[in-house]
Design a protein around this ligand. Sequence first.
Ligand SMILES: Cc1cc2nc3c(=O)[nH]c(=O)nc-3n(C[C@H](O)[C@H](O)[C@H](O)COP(=O)(O)OP(=O)(O)OC[C@H]3O[C@@H](n4cnc5c(N)ncnc54)[C@H](O)[C@@H]3O)c2cc1C
Length: 376
Amino acid sequence: MNVTLLERQTDFGREFRGEMLMPSGIAALERAGLGEQVKRLPQTAIAAVEIFRGTKKIAQIPFFSLPVAPTVVPQPPMLEMITAEAAKFPNFKLERGTTVRDLISESGRVVGVRADTVHGPREFRADFLVATDGRTSVVRKRLGAAVDRIEQRFDVVWTHVPGEFLDSRTAQFVFCRGHLFIIYPSPEGHLQIGWIIQKGHFGELRSLGGEGWFAAMTPFLPRDLIEFLSPNREAMAHPVLLDVVCDRLRDWMAPGVLLIGDAAHPMSPVGAQGINIAMRDAIVTAAHLGRAMSDNAPAEKIDTAARAVESERAPEVVRIQELQQLGPRLMFTDTLYSRAMMSAPFVWFAKNFLSGILIRRLSPMLNGATDLNPEA
Ligand SMILES: Cc1cc2nc3c(=O)[nH]c(=O)nc-3n(C[C@H](O)[C@H](O)[C@H](O)COP(=O)(O)OP(=O)(O)OC[C@H]3O[C@@H](n4cnc5c(N)ncnc54)[C@H](O)[C@@H]3O)c2cc1C
């Protein structure tokens, strides 16, 4: 089959996205026959998560017992690897620097897109369009698709600083006075820091500048982390905002087009699910559309195959999005219940007596909520 991938950027380093692969995402890459290639990418398998309340460590969750640990894999080399593997097929084309602007429809069916390329405007026609254009999807906008939105009360401010902190394999969650910091090592030799803030407050923080931003953070952080960050204030001067959105399309497709990944269902950042779910969508899409299209099926049959992708993937997306709401409900409300759940005695009790139940409950975040199509 001829496949043309249109990508607006000229290199994958220009788009900022997540880098935490869960076992569910690694399984999807293995299913695509890329297991060995993934192992050769720069990566850090996370050995444990330490949970702090202010400066006090209240729990440590080791990942040694997991068959596959959550793993930090920078996206640019991973995407270069995937597209290089795809390019081994003579029918695959990657058009970089090509921005899709609009859809071309004929007789109620999408038959292509209008795009701006490095050589000027151009039309691309296709038997079927798979929209993987992310959380600001232009295809979604042009279709005017109906959306179910789950309101989010927080945003994440990301920054990174050079150097190694801790043992370079441990992540930390630091809860303090209504704030949460997520800290994890990157295989590229820096420390990634996410600060969960109230939705809409980024402008105030950014206006403080690097020095002011550091001063605003320090009251909430453990001493050893402050000492590590202190000489790196300059590096923190340009934080990036992740405007947290969590929603899903009521209908992932229209005649001639299917939306998958963030274009269909941007995920909350809780549990680092977005890449993993997007890759699982892609595997199932390839299985259904591949079968229908390689048989030269008529348009209606291809649409039926696309509908099957939605039926197979939507239950996992719904389940994970629901699970993602639990943490923020506890952290960003100040009820007696939420305070009790986040208290040190409860965390100790949960770790020692409820860990089996918690691991079962959170297992979909690690391993996926549904099985991948065995024929994928
Ligand atoms: C700061 C940040 C941290 C995150 N952390 C994590 C994490 O740790 N783990 C995790 O699993 N998820 C994380 N996520 C979410 C994750 O990055 C996304 O869910 C995932 O990348 C979605 O994949 P996708 O292929 O659907 O979309 P994207 O990865 O967003 O890819 C969309 C692609 O389409 C291109 N594009 C967009 N519009 C057009 C157009 N009009 N024409 C042509 N090309 C276009 C873009 O350049 C991009 O390459 C994070 C996201 C952000 C922003």
